[in-house]
Design a protein around this ligand. Structure first.
Ligand code: NAD
Length: 325
């Protein structure tokens, strides 16, 4: 297939772009490198540097022959979105609508979208199925859920084949077939594992642990960690399985919850270094526990995570981190 990957210079988009190329697809990456890194884009991909909002319509022309779009481009810092909501609605939701309009005008039949577990807010049930009530706790999650709803409308109204993949906590690193190492290089970094690795390596003084009085087994938040390689593989399965006129939502997680303190212990075991921790107040909108039910993805897409072990996820992230030093 000929595929447009928006956000292909980012952490997840670059790994999916690499897997798509390895599977024989033709890939065009559209990214403005606002948070991504051009050196993460696979060499075999065509790279268009531009903002989705205006560049999508220039790339997705009717005669360009695209079969599908995988849409990763977004701002991802939930905490910042509380302080700067407009930045998130404008980039994530309006950008996505421009992209959907361009795809529709060009007759592109498939859209795979990066949604998030954050849309469930504080869930009523664990593990969380796709049928759970959505209660986005911040503008970031709201800006993503709005796109999920828009996709349902484009599927119903225009016959689009649409999939929203709701990622839980993505972590680890991936080595592409050509040997390129791809991992998390967010700036600022807000994710626990890379932050704990920095603290373990002494690159930052200590790790802030946001809240230790949650109603969980050790008082810290519980999250579900999914290896980047497993997450990326699900996109290729979704691309094959998706059907015109339908919008499907799939949760992607391991189904195992680890508390923040448990993650820190694994980081200490893997690195052999202690992680200095300072307990900080809870962050607004952080649910106590987010653990996925990914039964739907397993049953309908035949998705089987190959690297569910947290020590393996952390070890891959650590190896990538050390390469950056
Ligand atoms: N990382 C996670 O754990 C996680 C969890 C849930 C959902 N997601 C979703 O996955 C997607 C990718 O996340 P990531 O961790 O790879 O983030 P990232 O910041 O590494 O990648 C995002 C990429 O999109 C680009 N971009 C942003 N806005 C753009 C725009 N308007 N036009 C063109 N390019 C633009 C950035 O330059 C960057 O390369 C996001 O949509 C995010 O919401 C990520």
């Amino acid at each position: 297939m000929r595929l447009l990957v928006t956000g292909g210079a980012g952490y997840i988009g670059s790994v999916v772009a690499a897997l798509l190329i390895e599977a024989g697809h033709e890939v065009v990456v559209l990214d403005d490198c606002s948070t991504g890194h051009a050196d993460a884009i696979p060499k075999q991909a065509i790279f268009v540097r531009g903002r989705v909002h205006d560049a999508a319509a220039k790339v997705l022309t009717p005669d360009a022959g695209f079969d599908g779009v995988l849409h990763f481009a977004a701002f991802i810092a939930a905490g910042e979105s509380v302080i700067r909501p407009g930045k998130y609605w404008e980039n994530n939701t309006i950008g996505s609508l421009r992209l959907l309009e361009a795809a529709q005008a060009a007759g592109v039949g498939r859209v795979v979208f990066s949604s998030t577990a954050n849309v469930y807010g504080d869930p009523d049930e664990i593990p969380i199925p796709e049928t759970a009530v959505t209660r986005p706790p911040n503008p970031y999650a709201g800006s993503k859920l709005a796109v999920d709803h828009a996709l349902a409308g484009y599927a119903a109204g225009h016959g689009l084949a649409a999939v929203s993949l709701r990622y839980f906590n993505v972590a680890g690193a991936h080595t592409a077939a050509d040997g390129t190492a791809l991992g998390e290089r967010h700036d600022p970094e807000t994710h626990l594992i890379p932050l704990a690795l920095r603290a373990a390596a002494g690159v930052q003084e200590r790790l802030s642990l946001f809240g230790d009085d949650y109603p969980t087994r050790d008082g810290t938040c519980v999250r579900d960690y999914i290896h980047i390689s497993d997450l990326a593989a699900a996109h290729l399965l979704a691309l094959e399985a998706m059907q015109p006129g339908t919008h499907e939502v799939y949760n992607l997680g391991n189904g195992n919850g680890f508390s923040n303190r448990e993650v820190i212990e694994v980081v200490e075991q893997v690195t052999g270094c202690s992680v200095p921790v300072e307990v900080a107040p809870r962050r607004a909108g952080d649910p106590a526990e987010l653990v996925a039910s990914s039964d739907k993805a397993k049953q309908e897409l035949g998705w089987v995570p190959a690297k569910p072990s947290l020590p393996e996820i952390v070890a891959d992230a650590w190896a990538f981190f050390q390469r950056q030093l």
